[in-house]
Structures are given as C-alpha cells and as structure tokens.
Design a protein around this ligand. Structure first.
Ligand SMILES: [Zn+2]
Length: 385
C-alpha cells in the first residue's frame, strides 16, 4: 500500500511539475499526515525537493511547493533509427544532459560494439556522475521484441536476429533495470506520457517517412499484440496493380505514402511530362506546396490513401487522438486536406479533425520513449526500495 501511494505521489509530481502538500492531499485523497510522511521519505532519498513558496488558494496563505529532484537519478535512452544510433543520458525531469549520435551499423555484433562506444562516450560527457545514480536503461529498435523486453527476435532493416540486448548491456551495467522496446511503441509512449497525447488513454501514433510505423496505446498501456507484431499498418494492401513493396507484397500502403516510392514516381512523371526532374524528396514536397499542378494527381492519391488508413484505424480502435510524425508535417496543404477528408468521413461518432496532431517529439520520439518508460518504472516505486 505504501509503495502504491509513493508511486502515486511521484507520478503526480512527474506529470504535473510542481504541487504543494495540500494539493497532493487533495488529488490523492490520502490523509495530510500520510502525504507528509511519504514526502519526508522522498526528500530524504533525494527524489523530491522543496522549491520555495507558492500562494495557496483561499486564505492568502503561502505553502511550500514540491517537485521531482531532477538530480535524484538518471536514465539512459538508446535508440536505433533508420540512419543513426543515438544514446542520451536524461535526468529525472526527462531533460537530456548528454547525447551521442553515430551512423548506425548493421548486424548483431557491429551494433553491440556501437552500443559500448555510445555508452562510454555519453558517460564520459558526465563523468562526475556517480554510477549508482543511473536508474535504468531503455533501448528502442525497429523489429520484433520478445514479450519480456530483452531480446530483439528479428529486425530486417538492421539485420538483427535473436540479439539478446539485455544480456549484452547487463555485462557493463549488472544491477540496473534494462528494457528493450519497439521503436514505434516507444515513440507512441513518449507522446502519451508527456507529449501531444498527454492525458489521453487511447492513442494511435503513425510515423511516415521511408517506411511506415505505428504504435498503439490502449487503455493507457502500450499494445504490442501477439508476438509483438501489432501495428503493421503500412503493409495493408490498397493498390492491386501497384509497386512491389519492401515486404514482397504488391501495392501496400507503404508503396503510396513513403518517400522513396513517391520520389521515384514523381521522377518518372517529370520525365514523361518534360518538367524539371526533382532530385530529392524534400524538393517534391516543396514544389507541391509551391503549387506545381503536375504533382496534384500523385498527392490526391496520397491524400486518399492516408485518409483511408486513418479512417480504418479509427474505426477499428477509436483513439482519442492520432499523432502524426514524419514528412507530412512538412506539407500543411496535404495535411489540411487529409484532416478535412477524415472529418467528413461517416464515423459512428463524429470525428473532429483537431484529434489529428503532429508529434511533439518529432523524430526523437523513440529515444525519449525508451528513456521515459524507464522514468515511469522508477516512479512506480518498486525501484525505489
Ligand atoms: Zn508491404
């Protein structure tokens, strides 16, 4: 019981920032004495600090505010992206105090070696830090993770197979909680915990760039599905005569919405119509935004399929919000059309387009999610004992 109450107080302070003892008593419905006793313990353990007075409501009395002591502990986040491996040390406020980024390798052993280098580099940047203050390490990676969050069973992109990441990191950090998670799930968690989807219980997170990833939060929990394979929304077939996808099937959503396919298509059409051939995907988006009409048919199809994807997912899961990360945030013209089309879709319950939001962590969602999930574990008290 005491652990649950401690966790409740820590979580409140973590999510709300600053609260007084009276406010904590009020929100938790615990007795004032219980709150006081627990707070004293947390102050003693350096997890919570007093930060001066704030005006209390009513009588004009002043009360001492409390907040999480950001130097009470640290977590490490490691993220394997499409191009980079990023490692960061974060304090208990989720602020990054050291970061290392390197072009990512391929395969179990090269990536294991890169993790060692990244951890060493990050910890060298904060060499005054006592190692016992490191409270957890979270790693996010593309691919399928075992249900214990220890082994990357398979990642085609990084050519990982049965890679026991937890074992590998444990060699250097034997007594620290370590958790491995899928990158899209981690990014969804970051948005849910402290980003665009804060205070929402049901969230769909979509990242659309060179591939499509999605993460689901259902009833405030990450939903990974059977064998961790939920959320492969990019491989829903929508175009029977379309291009062959990276998965081997023909006409997946990815073949319509992702940058390599769109660029290739636009280059073909530019050649046919004798307009200047776009050399980069950014150029394509800029020229569409700039009003070049030869791009309209391609972007109409993109808009139609994006709307189809969001409407299908919404009908299936009924999320409070849909968070979008990736190239579409650089095209307000397209995104506006998608929002209008989704809003006009005949859902059983009216859907307002302000439920579609850009990701607040951008492409750092997976890194912040990996670290944030460790923060959440710290604040769930069992780690505090
Ligand atoms: Zn596919």
């Amino acid at each position: 019981m005491k652990e649950i109450n401690t966790a409740m107080i820590l979580n409140l302070l973590h999510r709300e920032g600053r609260l007084t003892r009276a406010e904590l008593t009020n929100i938790t419905k615990l007795s004032a004495t219980t709150v006081s006793v627990l707070i004293e313990e947390l102050i003693e353990k350096n997890y919570v600090e007093e930060i001066g007075e704030k005006y209390a409501k009513g009588a004009g009395r002043r009360a001492i505010s409390l907040q999480i002591n950001k130097q009470g502990g640290y977590v490490i986040g490691i993220s394997f992206g499409n191009h980079y491996l990023t490692c960061a040390v974060m304090n208990l406020h989720g602020q990054c105090i050291a970061e290392f980024k390197t072009k990512i390798a391929i395969g179990n052993d090269p990536i294991a070696e890169q993790i060692n280098v990244a951890l060493c580099n990050c910890l060298n940047q904060v060499d005054s830090l006592e190692m016992e203050l490191i409270k957890g390490i979270g790693v996010s990676t593309p691919g399928i993770i075992d249900s214990n969050g220890e082994v990357v069973l398979f990642s085609s992109y990084l050519q990982l197979s049965n890679f026991n990441l937890k074992d590998h990191i444990s060699k250097a950090f034997p007594n620290i909680p370590i958790k491995i998670m899928n990158d899209s799930n981690a990014a969804a968690f970051a948005e849910f915990y402290s980003g665009s989807a804060k205070d929402k219980s049901n969230v769909i997170y979509l990242t659309i760039n060179e591939g499509i990833g999605s993460g689901l939060i259902i009833d405030s929990q990450i939903y990974a599905g059977f064998q961790g394979a939920a959320g492969e929304i990019g491989h829903i077939p929508v175009d029977p005569g379309g291009e062959v996808c990276t998965c081997g099937a023909r006409g997946c959503i990815e073949t319509v919405l992702t940058s390599p396919f769109i660029l290739k298509k636009c280059q073909q059409i530019a050649l046919e119509q004798n307009v200047e051939i776009p050399l980069t995907f950014e150029d394509v988006v800029d020229r569409y935004e700039g009003g070049e009409t030869w791009l309209d048919p391609i972007f109409e199809k993109i808009q139609f399929i994006t709307t189809f994807m969001i409407a299908s997912a919404t009908n299936f899961v009924s999320p409070e919000v849909i968070i979008i990360e990736g190239w579409m945030n650089q095209s307000p013209k397209l995104l506006d059309k998608v929002k209008q089309a989704v809003q006009a879709f005949p859902f059983p319950i009216r859907f307002n387009s302000d439920r579609i939001l850009p990701a607040s962590y951008g492409d750092k969602g997976a890194l912040y999610g990996a670290a944030t999930l460790m923060l959440q574990q710290i604040f769930s008290a069992s780690v505090l004992k």
